[in-house]
Design a protein around this ligand. Structure first.
Ligand SMILES: *Cc1c(COP(=O)(O)O)cnc(C)c1O
Length: 389
């Protein structure tokens, strides 16, 4: 046991102008979805992500739901999704009345495997006048949703051309990808029709809760904006379809704007933490770093280690409780979607990579405000826990 305070996994750094902007909201009475911080936040996000425009939403999940809806995903459709993702990606598909078609990821990047995608599309689909159909289930395939895992971009240069060849739109779950680049390009410039970010409290940049749908097509973004604000036409109570109430509030955007003023330094802090862990554990037997393929620079949302040695199989929980005793918070990784109760019957590929991977990942404290001294405590504790476990 330790008497030192617990080092949490990830807490926000609100040391900028967050409080000042929130006070301005209250003073102005603009606390709901109308107010100057919302368009300002949208401009900041679009510029940072490399897209022409952005529509702020109340969460990343809401952003995914409205983006899929805008691209025509509906009842009984299938959407290609990597199984290694946060459950919200699958939930957004289910909220459209559709189902995920779950794919394995690559060992090198923990993102959607483009070769597997190409193989399964070739083997399991057929074109009909109404679209592309999944032969085993008889369902229409409506979109491909790659996920930029922990801010590490999927191989969009390989995935997007495959999707295009099959006539499928692409929505990138870019929840934590702010600050990443893929072959030198920012996440908004990787060819997706729409990309969706999250500004939840544990993300590198937060608005308390929030999201943004970004893209280059003004008409598509206008549709997203329309759908997310009750599909209202004109100034009165006229609506042209079932819309959502998914707009971000001025209060959320106030926090978001203050955070966006510092997004580069917040991402730099995350990268530095990753680098220090990678160096500290480089010599440790049976331990591997998080992936860093040469063609991307990840945003390093979360950091930690992969327990590769067979002796660690199933013992990650023991390590975590040892760390807890030493005052260090740590977490396992996403349980793959195909193993989750609501998606057990969704069509899926073989899953050798993600089934092996998720039990071996340990995420470690990585708040942007983590000091070197605190990180050194985490490192020392992990080394000690390793020796005694
Ligand atoms: C955080 C996250 C989401 C969900 O965003 P919310 O803002 O919490 O709704 C979706 N997908 C991925 C991959 C995420 O990391």
């Amino acid at each position: 046991m330790t008497t030192e305070p617990l080092i949490p996994l990830a807490v926000p750094d609100l040391s900028g102008r967050e409080e000042e902007y929130l006070r301005a909201c209250i003073a102005s009475t603009f606390v709901s979805t109308v107010g100057p911080f919302v368009p300002r936040f949208e401009e900041q996000v679009a510029a940072a992500i490399g897209s022409r425009g952005a529509v702020a939403t109340c969460s990343g999940t809401a952003g995914l739901h409205v983006a899929l809806t805008a691209l025509g995903v509906g009842q009984n459709d299938l959407v290609v999704l990597p199984s290694l993702t946060f459950i919200a990606s699958a939930n957004a598909i289910a909220q459209c009345g559709a189902q995920p078609w779950l794919f394995d990821v690559t060992q090198e990047s923990w993102t959607l495997d483009p070769e597997l995608l190409e193989r399964r599309l070739a083997a399991d689909t057929e074109r009909r006048p109404e679209g592309l159909f999944h032969r085993p289930s008889g369902r229409r395939i409506a979109a491909v949703m790659p996920v930029h895992t922990l801010g590490l971009p999927a191989d969009m240069h390989a995935i997007v051309p495959v999707a295009r060849r099959y006539g499928l739109p692409v929505v990138a779950d870019s929840a934590a990808a702010l600050g990443a680049t893929c072959r030198g390009k920012p996440p908004g410039a990787l060819g997706a029709d729409l990309s969706v970010l999250s500004f939840n409290g544990n993300k590198t940049v937060t608005a308390g809760a929030g999201g943004a749908v970004v893209g280059d097509d003004p008409e598509l973004l206008a549709l997203v904006r329309h759908l997310s604000s009750t599909a209202r036409v004109g100034q009165d109570y006229d609506h042209d379809r079932p819309g959502f109430n998914y707009r971000m509030t001025n209060l959320q955007a106030a926090v978001g704007c203050a955070q966006m003023e510092r997004w580069e330094s917040l991402v730099a802090a995350k990268r530095r933490i990753r680098h220090r862990y990678d160096q500290a554990f480089a010599g440790l037997e049976g331990v591997e770093p998080f992936p860093a393929p040469p063609w991307v620079e990840g945003a390093c949302w979360f950091s930690g280690i992969v327990l590769r040695s067979p002796t660690w199989e199933g013992r990650e929980a023991v390590l975590r409780s040892r760390l807890r005793e030493l005052g260090i918070d740590s977490r396992p990784f996403w349980k793959p979607v195909h193993l989750q109760a609501p998606y057990r019957n969704a069509p899926c590929t073989e899953m050798p990579v993600c089934e092996e991977l998720w039990l071996r990942v340990l995420t470690l404290p990585c708040s942007a405000g983590l000091t070197d001294a605190e990180q050194d405590r985490v490192i020392a504790a992990l080394l000690q826990a390793f020796q005694s476990t």
